[in-house]
Design a protein around this ligand. Structure first.
Ligand SMILES: Cc1ncc(COP(=O)(O)O)c(C=O)c1O
Length: 396
């Protein structure tokens, strides 16, 4: 069958694929330590569920305006002002089916064929593919672990061209868990100041923090706010991945264009989900604080455990829920008579022979690394660590 040409550059999400394979094994009764998931293992807070139940009971089950119910867009504006110091009006906000739809619509709204988007690697796997789906060109700017995975301003400058339409910032980041320092953000701002492009900040992990301070680009460069686009979702902060609730705030013409795309594709995000999202945005912070306290314990557990293994080195992430381990120290050692040469191969060995699901770094643009999620129980983490240790011992 003939399929659209722009699909040729698209790969299925490797994280979803690995997760599905691991889940299929679990369904067959295999005891897999699943460290692949990018979603909280916590349940959605009760007050959020109650709001959804109330929406269903009261018959709030019909179409809403495409851009979302006014009270939710107002709540998003209040949140952005209170927590991020950003002033947006409700007509600059679009409610979407998760952060993914916000990013997807954004790419569709701004990119023409060959338009470029700067993406810092290691990056979330979907960024380049969303750009490809809009016939754009992802331009990868590598970062270094020694610099806290923050981009060097000179490499940003070198990557900028007249076709650069946008830059994506993701701090805390997936897969690294890195939170950009003030100096790093200032460097990015300085490099972008003279180039008129959109600055997209994907803040989906902003609440999952193990450090006292997390700044946004707008905190260090208020002059860039007119071209700032904020993407966020309740997925990670409120353990609401399945609800598909996200939002975007940005320049009005852009948000209106994104709304047009949504008008002709999916229309409004679920009416019930919107009521739940409203409750989440207005709700108490203590459920998040409790989750973050537990994530912190797990982070220390897995990072400490990985660093105790010969050949593995893992930077302490300041946010999100991923340990991003450098496994290059294992390369060249033999497993069943064959040398280990890559992260994909290592992930396959881990799943097939040691029953650990971990995602290879390669699809994140970071060959040499493996991502392990600590959004799972301490028991599963300990089991997973024990099995990774067995693999390390089995290498010759
Ligand atoms: C960096 C980043 N941005 C956006 C998303 C999208 O999240 P969702 O569409 O589930 O809200 C994810 C999900 O894993 C992510 O890791």
């Amino acid at each position: 069958m003939k399929l659209a040409r722009r699909l040729q550059a698209i790969k299925p999400s490797p994280t979803l694929a690995l997760n599905s394979r691991a889940k299929a094994l679990v369904a067959q009764g295999v005891d897999v330590a699943v460290l692949a998931a990018g979603e909280p293992d916590f349940d959605t807070p009760d007050y959020v569920k109650q709001a959804a139940v109330e929406a269903i009971r009261s018959g709030f089950t019909k179409y809403t305006p495409t851009n979302g119910i006014p009270e939710l867009r107002e709540a998003v504006c209040r949140k952005l002002e209170r927590e991020n110091g950003l002033k947006f009006t409700p007509d600059q906000v679009l409610i979407t089916a998760g952060g993914k739809q916000a990013l997807y619509n954004l790419c569709q709204a701004v990119l023409d064929e060959g338009d470029e988007v700067l993406i810092f690697s290691p990056y979330w796997v979907s960024y380049p593919d969303m750009v490809h789906l809009a016939s754009g060109t992802p331009v990868i700017v590598p970062t270094r672990e020694e610099n806290g995975f923050a981009p060097d301003p000179d490499s940003i400058r070198r990557a900028l061209t007249p076709r650069t339409r946008a830059v994506i910032i993701n701090s805390p980041g997936n897969p690294t868990g890195a939170v950009y320092s003030r100096a790093a953000l200032e460097g990015i701002a300085e490099a972008l100041r003279s180039h008129d492009c959109l600055i997209i900040t994907d803040d989906i992990y902003e609440k999952l923090l193990y450090t006292d301070e997390r700044l946004g680009i707008s905190d260090v460069a208020p002059d860039l706010v007119p071209r700032l686009v904020v993407i966020n979702a309740l997925s990670k902060s409120h353990a609401m991945t399945g609800w598909r609730m996200g939002y975007v705030a940005g320049p009005k013409p852009l948000v209106s264009a994104m709304q047009l795309i949504q008008d002709q594709s999916t229309s409004n995000a679920s009416s019930i989900g919107q009521k739940a999202a409203l409750a989440a945005l207005q709700g108490p912070a203590d459920t998040i604080t409790t989750m973050v306290a537990e994530y912190r314990v797990r982070r220390d557990l897995i990072v400490g455990g990985l660093n105790a293994l010969d050949g593995i080195r893992c930077r302490m992430p300041e946010g999100a829920f991923y340990a991003f381990a450098d496994v290059r120290g294992l390369y060249g050692r033999n497993y069943k008579g064959k040398p280990v040469t890559g992260s994909m191969q290592l992930s396959e060995i881990l799943l097939d022979d040691f029953r650990v699901a971990a995602v290879p770094g390669d699809p994140f643009g970071a060959e040499g690394y493996i991502r392990m999620s600590f959004a799972t129980s301490r028991e599963v983490l300990k089991k997973g660590l024990g099995r990774v240790a067995e693999l390390v011992q089995a290498l010759r």
